[in-house]
Design a protein around this ligand. Sequence first.
Ligand SMILES: Cc1cc2nc3c(=O)[nH]c(=O)nc-3n(C[C@H](O)[C@H](O)[C@H](O)COP(=O)(O)O)c2cc1C
Length: 441
Amino acid sequence: MSAGRQLHLNAFLMEAGHHEAAWRLPHSNPRADFDLRHWIELAQLAESAKFDSLFLADGPALIGTGEFRPPGQLEPLTLLTALSQVTSRIGLIATVSSTYNEPYNLARRLASVDHVSGGRAGWNIVTSAGADEAANFGLDDRPGHAERYARADEFLTVAKALWDSWESEAVIADRTTGRYADPARLHRLGHQGRYFKVAGPLNVQRPPQGYPLLVQAGSSADGKDFAARHAEAIFTAHTTYERAAAFYADIKARTRAAGRDPDGVIVLPGIVPYIGSTEEEARALARQFDELRVPEYGLRQLAAVFETEPSVFELDEPLPDFILARPKLEGSQSRSDLIIDLAVREKLTVRQIISRLGGGRGHFEFVGTPEQVADTIISWFEGGAADGFNIMAPALPSGLAAFVEHVLPILRGKGLFREDYEGTTLREHYGLAVPANQFHG
Ligand SMILES: Cc1cc2nc3c(=O)[nH]c(=O)nc-3n(C[C@H](O)[C@H](O)[C@H](O)COP(=O)(O)O)c2cc1C
């Protein structure tokens, strides 16, 4: 039985790796994104290392133009269902948009993944910040930032009620009397709200976990308030320990203010580790990735965050004044803030900024030996900046394999990470209870 506070580790998986040029590495599989064997290998590697969970990001649109980086992927709930049959313990988390889905269909898809995986499903609730996603759903532009979070709030209220609407004890299956289920335990919602009108009950029995684990990934004020009301785990991006610690304290305080137990919200910043047996070897590895970047891709990504055109940037100049003036954006607010803070704090040119964003889009990048990576993880964990981490390997599977082989033994040696799974469900791995059923007196 584990004694002290333990790290929670989530393997954030992304095609050939998180670095935008990972697919160009000699040993990478440039077609990894649609190769099920690639994903099976990653899932089984993360499970063999006893990670709490693996995570698949998503957005209902092509990422960029596809010219310089693999732009698409398998639909994540479909892929998770496949991975659930080649794993038995690791949690399975995927992003699904609350803006471009309807509660009834999404609630039954997530409940089904939780059933077929034996209680290992997790939902990363995102409101989809991109303009290109809106165009795939009949909209000329995406709904406003606050509007997207307001819709997400009602969405969660309806989804939770739908998961509760078919009580676990509803099924009787009495062959003698012919009564299959107790109708009193199947509840109509009759929900009528600003965004949704849903009758219910759901046509899928209550998931084994009650609800899939609810994850959230927006760090703006709207995002933090939403997380304080609904999130059980939070994915977040920070470039320094100080920013991560400030976010951690803020989100725990907001959770308490929302009447919830702050320990019931697990905060996971991302880390992109470049691991070498020596510091020089690690730096050489990071340089190899950086030299494979195509600046035009980085400029396009930067322009997308700031909702502008790549032509506004001069590579060897700082960010333009109109951006440094922090215009109110309807897209990704916390990420744009993070980039401006980084650029101003370190006096970076655009060329330097896109290099820094190439590995993890603003997540914390660390270059060093296994001991140095472990020390950094421990300092954030014990320093009140994290309950665990999103491990974002720059290249996959090699970067994840290096982390598992060289860093995990150090964390285990200090008693900070599990030797083996103690539970079978995602909630048990995160130390979170099955939520009570609102219809159960
Ligand atoms: C670890 C992590 C994973 C994310 N995954 C996704 C994703 O899969 N799809 C997506 O549209 N946004 C994703 N996001 C972005 C957030 O959903 C959100 O748009 C962004 O953090 C800005 O939110 P804000 O405007 O509330 O600050 C992710 C963010 C983080 C930190």
